[in-house]
Design a protein around this ligand. Structure first.
Ligand SMILES: Nc1ncnc2c1ncn2[C@@H]1O[C@H](COP(=O)(O)OP(=O)(O)OP(=O)(O)O)[C@@H](O)[C@H]1O
Ligand SMILES: [Mg+2]
Length: 338
């Protein structure tokens, strides 16, 4: 669990967000349906916290990150972001031009440090690129100085600015990706599986670096991952996604030690608990495949694989309910039976 204590003020408040990818088919490319990648989710990210976002492949995690960055079209919903100057703006209706200054405050660290850095650019140019866009008034000398400072902040050296990505290891490249993300002094950093392409031995170093930088610069992270043990270590709160919906959201330790939603329990049942006196419920084996987001089941998206499912689960999509302080679960059966 992260030692750093975040504030309870929202930096980003997402309400009823839907992101559907339209599917076109046939000679006339008629609109034949939608991939409901994000299907009506609400959550907030609080100033200075790390919100972990977990779930199986295809459940919509990257789409949430791209939605916040406005890299994909938003189907519905609002995303209220509080800027450095204190102003709160809904990102959804903003034009590209209106979004540009805000982009400096929201940056992304990508999964693959091998493909996300331009191999023909020096590391210094890669790190300076966002500054060229967002702080065009900086002189060359000021930019060089900031690049050297950023390289040192991520555990590299200023002289390495002249080197090229292929001269660095995977972990070092991800440090370069982090330096690039920090070059515009962002408030919110979305990191999409930032360590999953790295050797396990390197993962902890990069996570520790991210935690140190969070404390030093008061950063807020949306940390996307498959690996629950990684998320538990860095997150203050965890949101669990299933097929475009958030099924559980709560303090990291509570979700990790006492997951309430049957899907979260299944995801977690493979992860050992740090304290051996605690015991997880017996392992829940998930039956069947994740249904396609093109043809989601009616009602609760998890009901086709859920050990608790009842006929009424087909009727409506369950809403998140607060079952203990700040711990929300979208399952009326769990809510009823405790
Ligand atoms: N541009 C697109 N057009 C159509 N469907 C898409 C597009 N991008 C993603 N999808 C679909 O949307 C759903 C959510 O994808 P997304 O990449 O957000 O999931 P994810 O949780 O990040 O998965 P992973 O863990 O594999 O990275 C998937 O079914 C995916 O196939
Ligand atoms: Mg993804």
């Amino acid at each position: 669990m992260s030692a750093h204590v975040p504030s309870d003020k929202s930096l980003l408040e997402v309400q009823d967000l839907k992101i559907y990818y339209p599917i076109h088919a046939g000679v006339f490319l008629r609109h034949v349906g939608d991939v409901k990648a994000v299907d009506d989710i609400s959550f907030d990210i609080r100033q200075g916290e790390t919100l972990g976002l977990v779930g199986e492949s295809g459940c919509g995690k990257t789409t949430v990150g791209k939605g916040i960055m406005r890299l994909v079209d938003i189907t519905a919903g609002t995303m209220d972001f509080t800027r450095r100057n204190g102003e709160t703006v809904d990102l959804v209706p903003l034009s590209r031009g209106e979004m540009r200054p805000i982009r400096a405050e929201i940056q992304m660290i990508y999964q693959d440090p091998y493909s996300s850095l331009n191999p023909r650019w020096s590391v210094g140019d890669i790190i300076a690129e966002p500054m060229r866009v967002h702080q065009p008034k900086l002189t060359l000398a000021e930019r060089d100085e900031k690049v050297a400072w950023l390289l040192e902040k991520v555990g590299l050296t200023g002289e390495q600015a002249h080197r090229y990505p292929h001269e660095f290891s995977g972990g070092q490249r991800q440090r370069v990706g982090i330096a690039r993300a920090l070059s515009t002094n962002p408030r919110l950093v979305i990191s999409d599986e930032p360590v999953s392409a790295l050797d396990v031995s390197i993962q902890a170093q990069v996570i520790n670096l991210m935690q140190d930088l969070q404390e030093e610069f008061g950063l807020t992270y949306l940390f996307i991952a498959h690996d629950l043990s990684v998320v538990e270590h860095i997150s203050h709160r965890i949101a669990v996604m299933y097929l475009g919906n958030i099924v559980e959201l709560g303090p990291a330790q509570r979700v990790y030690e006492n997951a309430l939603h049957p899907y979260s329990q299944a995801l977690l049942s493979a992860v050992p608990l740090p304290d051996p006196s605690l015991k997880r419920p017996d392992r829940i084996a998930l039956e069947g495949e994740v249904p396609s987001p093109l043809a989601k089941p009616s009602g609760c998206p998890f009901r086709t694989r859920c050990p608790l499912a009842e006929p009424s689960c087909a009727e409506e999509v369950p809403k998140l309910q607060e079952l203990e302080t700040d711990h929300f679960v979208a399952c009326p059966i769990v809510a009823r039976t405790g």
